[in-house]
Structures are given as C-alpha cells and as structure tokens.
Ligand binder design. Structure first.
Ligand SMILES: [Zn+2]
Ligand SMILES: [Zn+2]
Length: 102
C-alpha cells in the first residue's frame, strides 16, 4: 500500500520500508504496532502519511491496542506531528491532556 509516502518521514520509512528498529508487535492493513524506540511502549502507526486518524481508524486502534498491556492511549504526536500515531502507556504522559483510558 504505497500512497502518501514521504521518504523524509521516519514513520513512513517504518511502515512502508519496514525500517523496524525495535520489535514488530502486530500489523494489519491499516496500522503497524511496534515498540517505540524512544518510549519503549507500544506505538500504533497509520500506514499512510496523514496527520490525523479518522474516527473509524481511532476506533480500530483502540480495538487493537486493548490486546496489549497498558492503561492509556496517548494521542499526542510530539516528535512527528504530521504522521498519525499514538502510544499505549502505563499512565498518562505528564502534563498532557490528549489521552484516554483504554
Ligand atoms: Zn509519514
Ligand atoms: Zn514514543
């Protein structure tokens, strides 16, 4: 599935070139879930380069991440704001609001 690909985007290279620097946890047509290199928690990444998940895609992410260990989905995109991704964390990232209990 090659669309909306940016060679200068680390998340595009992760999901489309399979530059998986950590561990692949699971994937399907829509998302790839890996251990985040920086955070060492599961991170779900949209397989196309787009800034935001659609509502239905968010719901799909919730369903997938519920299978894994973690308490909150952190939707805040810090280092790479223009490619949709989120983290499954044991507790909310300090000082942020854009998260939800899973
Ligand atoms: Zn990208
Ligand atoms: Zn991270």
């Amino acid at each position: 599935m090659i669309q909306d690909y940016r060679s200068d985007c680390p998340l595009c290279r992760l999901v489309q070139n399979r530059e998986i620097l950590t561990r692949l946890i699971t994937e399907d047509d829509l998302i790839m879930v890996v251990d985040c290199l920086a955070c060492q928690v599961p991170m779900a990444v949209l397989k196309v380069h787009r800034a935001q998940f659609a509502d239905a895609e968010r719901e799909h992410v919730r369903t997938v991440l519920r299978q894994f260990e973690g308490e909150v989905i952190d939707w805040k995109q810090r280092r790479i704001p223009d490619h949709a991704h989120c983290h499954l964390r044991p507790y909310p990232f300090p000082g942020t609001r854009n998260w939800e209990r899973i």
